[in-house]
Design a protein around this ligand. Structure first.
Ligand SMILES: Cc1cc2nc3c(=O)[nH]c(=O)nc-3n(C[C@H](O)[C@H](O)[C@H](O)COP(=O)(O)OP(=O)(O)OC[C@H]3O[C@@H](n4cnc5c(N)ncnc54)[C@H](O)[C@@H]3O)c2cc1C
Length: 306
């Protein structure tokens, strides 16, 4: 615990690396502590990311890490296990016991997707089972698509995904959705509603082939759009006194939490952020943290010269 960094960034995905890139280009001393398990690691390719459409997600992050290191930023492969306030700002502890001190702390630790407990579903995550139509819809346009209900909002989701294919099956999986109005709307657009719960996901080699329903009937499918429950990796934020509201820690329009000096960007505070949105949020946080540090630098200079 020998040096004080201007900024410690926890999480080196799109959001954390974008924050770090702004800060190192602002000549700030930055360390990124990263567990290297980005949310989209299950997907072979990334889409709807301008200039990088179709690039493997890991390649984008590898490029980002190299850019940050090129400006003198440090990237450390480490899992953060705790954080506390100190006179300098924050002390962040990683597994193994090493600590990092930062004047400011940016948390960009993403979230965990919890899928329904259907046998075989998790094994297909990121390939035959996906979530975001803007990320994967184009690749499965006009194919046989299943939309796996997860409760309220699922029927509207199916209506959205109908944009990519007219061959759509709404799998209620015993969730109690759709209501009668939604059922009529689904059927009006040719979306078949299948009410039996799912027994398991079927595959042909590596590829998804369909689902078997309880009772034995089979529905042939090329892909399933699921709606996993997002759980933020926000332990560090909570430890430092931030509080969740509606499941996520709120931040202001610039990414500041209610805790002074503590900032957050990306999926950890916004489950809807895709890669470009997470990058934008990270870049904004990076710039605002630099402004915040400049204001502190002025206060410190005044105190010395007084
Ligand atoms: C299957 C799938 C496919 C997707 N496809 C696309 C797509 O095609 N296009 C698109 O725009 N978006 C896509 N997304 C969404 C995309 O994954 C997110 O938008 C993006 O990952 C959010 O970036 P982030 O930096 O907020 O979080 P992440 O990318 O998840 O990065 C968080 C980082 O923090 C690290 N971390 C977490 N906790 C700790 C800790 N305690 N200590 C240290 N490090 C920690 C993690 O290891 C990880 O490296 C997809 C998502 C999924 C699930």
């Amino acid at each position: 615990m020998s040096e004080t960094w201007d900024v410690v960034v926890v999480g080196g995905g799109s959001a954390g690396l974008s924050a770090a890139l702004m800060l190192v280009r602002g000549r700030r001393r930055v360390v990124v502590l990263d567990g290297a398990a980005p949310r989209n690691r299950f997907a072979p390719h990334m889409h709807a990311v301008l200039g990088h459409d179709g690039l493997p997600p890991t390649e984008l992050l590898a490029k980002g890490r190299a850019e940050i290191e090129g400006y003198g930023g440090a990237i450390v492969s480490a899992e953060v296990v705790g954080a506390r306030r100190s006179d300098e700002g924050f002390v962040v502890e990683v597994a193994g016991g090493e600590s990092f001190v930062g004047r400011r702390l940016v948390v960009a630790t993403g979230l965990r997707d919890e899928l329904p407990a259907v046998p075989g579903l998790a094994e297909q995550w990121g390939r035959g089972v996906v979530s975001c139509p803007y990320c994967d819809g184009w690749e499965v346009r006009d194919r046989r698509i299943g939309v796996l209900a997860a409760g309220p909002g699922s029927a509207a989701r199916a209506q959205l995904i109908r944009q990519w294919s007219s061959s759509l099956v709404f799998l209620t999986n015993g969730t109690g959705t759709p209501d009668p109005d939604e059922r009529a709307e689904l059927e009006a657009r040719g979306i078949e509603v299948v009410d039996a719960p799912l027994a398991r996901v079927l595959t042909d080699g590596d590829a998804l082939a369909g689902v078997e329903l309880v009772g034995g009937a089979v529905v042939d499918l090329d892909v399933i759009f699921a709606m996993p429950t997002p759980t933020p990796h926000d332990e560090v934020l909570l430890q430092l006194g931030a509080e969740r509201r509606d499941g996520f820690v709120p931040v202001d329009e610039f990414g500041a939490t209610a805790v002074p000096g503590l900032w957050a960007a990306g999926n950890v505070v916004n489950p809807r952020a895709n890669v470009p949105v997470a990058m934008g949020a990270g870049a904004s946080v990076g710039a605002m943290v630099n402004h915040d540090l400049v204001a502190e630098d002025v206060r410190l200079a005044l105190a010395v010269s007084a």
